[in-house]
Design a protein around this ligand. Sequence first.
Ligand code: KIV
Ligand code: ZN
Length: 524
Amino acid sequence: MDDKVYIFDTTLRDGEQVPGCQLNTIEKIEVAKALEALGVDIIEAGFPISSPGDFNSVVEITKAVSEPIICGLTRAVQRDIEVAAEALRFAKRPRIHTGIGTSDYHIYNKLRSNPDDILERAVAAVAYAKKFVEDVEFYAEDAGRTGNEFLAKVVQAVIAAGATVVNIPDTTGYTIPEEFGAKIKYLVENVKGIEKAIIATHCHNDLGMATANTIAGLMNGARQAEVTINGIGERAGNTSLEEVAMILQSRKDIPLRTDIQSKKIFSTSRLVSTLMRMPVQPNKAIVGRNAFAHSSGIHQDGVLKNRENYEIIDPVDVGINQSSIVLTARSGRAALNHRLEINGIKLSKEELDVAYDKFLTLADKKKDVNDEDLLLLLNMGKINKHKIKLDHLQVISGSTPLPTAIIRLNVNGELLSGSAIGNGPINASFTAVQNILKKKVKLEEFLIQAITRGSDDLGKVHVQIESNGISYYGFAANTDIITASVEAFLDAIEKANGFGFKKEEAGNNGTHVEYVQQESVNAI
Ligand code: KIV
Ligand code: ZN
């Protein structure tokens, strides 16, 4: 049996069913292109009959994306199938995904039918879809709770009717890995003609078993995994793409592979999270903020000696530049020194000893100690030592006039001014800074945290920028969140310039009102 596992991404269909996460067509195209670059084999682009918007998105995705198979979902209903075929008419490689519930719950309680009727409708749907496209996938909804014997009968009949892929969904996320693996094995061993179709897993995460069940299915003969980015989906979500891809990539003892370009995983995760406004939980495997963060002293020391002591995946392999060392009261000198070095601070052994004592006192009071705390703690007056300082900031926000920022920077003692409009005051401010410095950087991450201290609300801002292929972090805290954002941005730029920004690179005194569209800072 071939060792290739086909990755079927349903972020835009099953994933998009999450309330509040709906995307417009332009956003869906952006995700579809990212999925293509990521190397997914099949994109389930939508459920065309469900709404004109979904229909239109499927049409547009078939035009925008050429490599992967594009799939449209239907019920086992002729009109659904006709509409899906119509939506897929421009696809280079179209697939119709049709199906019906096969568990007793679905047969008797949902469809108010009987097994013979369901079998007939399943076969009729596949045969009808075959009139429009060659590639027809059949799903046996709630297969997880369907008796194996009846499931095998349905699967055999739909393959005989021309199904190229048979999808075995654990719709309610009820099964456990041993059981789900055994179900796939049963089909492999008992369905006549099974070699003519690919078996797909489609697991939901209601009991936290989606990835484990998917892997069990693959190890027992399934060769297509239906997944979503970040595991998003209704209720507890679907199987997460990044988990399946990285399990198969890092466990060399499992003789299976995907064509996923793993270095694109992190950026795709962040794109989906941003567009769907659905944060990734910090401890999410592979893509969570803490997935490669080490906070205990023993672990930090171990990672600094050799990454593999505590990391089974190199963060670089999923597109994260480096593992982060989180400083807490359990951190050792090596971790403190490492963090200081990242911030451009080199201390002698004696200085480090003094700094470490101060750090421990602070870390006892605070959950984790961030860069700004460290620098303030070490009395380095980071912002004051900057070569580029914010001298004046004035913003206008609202819709008319457009959000505008007027900024004056002190660059090596010289005052330079500029202004810009943007789709939000922070966007305008960042554009103005770049105009003044005549420097374009890519904003990779932007995070605002509000800390309430009595009547004083202090906003902390973390930014991450990319300059010449390297990521730099910037941080600032201020009671004015826009000032904090600009200072954090300048902090990152300062680091990108090695604390030595060349004056001649910056613009002359005077105002640049030019509007530069900056895709990465959207409407903030
Ligand atoms: O979970 C499920 O059963 C589904 C099918 C429509 C494939 O999403
Ligand atoms: Zn599903």
